[in-house]
Design a protein around this ligand. Structure first.
Ligand code: GLY
Length: 316
């Protein structure tokens, strides 16, 4: 039965990371493809959660981003991935951290949400879960699946790691938010971490309230950037609180990203979407590959957004 309220419209937003590297044309094209598939699912009355999972899955499987197949390795040469997903009606959420060997950490995150009583499962236990549900394994390295940007093994990670990450400035975490035809929101993100990291390092992406948050009564948020700074400021939940207090998405992003920079010299980008269809895409970094589509005209995908390029489209 299609019980969609007649005036409800769907919208999907996606990002392929914020950083100091200009997104490549294949990355931009992949984001466009994911938006098209996500919007088509929304028109087929799929829930926001399934739409977000699907769009992120497209980017994870592409090998073009720091997520899924294309994840950066940690200093021991192993890819360990983080992901989380959340829906805005019941505030159900799931995440995995330090997952090895699977193409779609976002699917594992959703399984944590739907098949367990937990919110976060880590390491080999996350792997067992992925194995149990027969998720797609990463094949042995071939020329096309070789790990991108292997981390320099000699890199020194001491108290200077924060500035080292910033110097490298390549994050490429992926994420998405969606509003479905039932008026529900969802958000998610998936990552291989940062270019140089200790084995076992976990960033903001699998942490509900840091990298991801969704609540129909406030908004859906997906973060990208320097995870350590995003965690310290509790960005996603903070943005949700600002939205609930009446801030527009654009004003909330300016406020929180501004403080992230001024207080701790953090770096981040965000997608923010409210259930009335208003949204913004903002970042503190030189570039952020991202886009949106509400079915009007072609999908919009850009390699950077600025406050000037914040979008506030009422859902009508
Ligand atoms: N934002 C992704 C990470 O820091 O791991």
């Amino acid at each position: 039965m299609n019980n969609r309220p007649s005036s409800q419209k769907s919208i999907v937003l996606i990002h392929g990371g914020a950083g100091s590297h200009r997104p490549t044309p294949p990355q931009i094209e992949c984001l466009r493809q994911a938006l098209q598939e996500g919007y088509a699912l929304s028109q087929a009355t799929q829930p926001a959660l399934a739409i977000v999972e699907h769009m992120i899955g497209v980017l994870e499987a592409s090998g073009l981003f720091n997520a899924g197949l294309g994840s950066f390795p940690q200093l021991d040469g192993k890819q360990r991935m983080d992901a989380s997903i959340m829906e805005g009606q019941q505030l159900m959420a799931g995440g995995v951290a330090s997952l090895e060997g699977y193409v779609h950490p976002i699917q594992a995150a959703r399984l944590v949400m739907t098949k367990t009583d937990h919110v976060l499962v880590v390491g080999r236990h996350a792997k067992h879960l992925a194995q149990h549900f027969s998720l797609q394994r990463i094949p042995r390295a071939t020329p096309s699946t070789q790990i991108r940007s292997p981390a320099p093994k000699h890199a020194l990670i001491k108290s200077r790691s924060f500035s080292l990450y910033k110097k490298m400035g390549q994050y490429e975490t992926v994420g998405a938010v969606a509003l479905d035809l039932q008026g529900n929101l969802a958000a998610g993100a998936s990552t291989g971490g940062v270019p140089v990291m200790f084995p076992g390092r976990v960033g903001d992406t699998p942490l509900i309230g840091s990298g991801v948050y969704a609540d129909n009564s406030s908004g859906a948020i997906s973060m990208t950037g320097l995870g350590e700074s995003i965690i310290r400021m509790g960005m996603a939940k903070w943005l949700a609180v600002l939205l609930k207090a009446g801030y527009s998405p654009s004003r909330a992003a300016r406020q929180a990203l501004g403080e992230l920079v001024s207080r701790i010299h953090g770096e981040a980008g965000c997608l923010i979407l409210k259930s009335n269809g208003k949204f913004t895409i903002q970042h503190t970094t030189p570039w952020m590959a991202a886009g949106y589509w509400n079915g009007k005209g072609p999908p919009i995908v850009r390699d950077r957004f600025s406050a000037r390029h914040s979008f506030h489209q009422p859902n009508s």
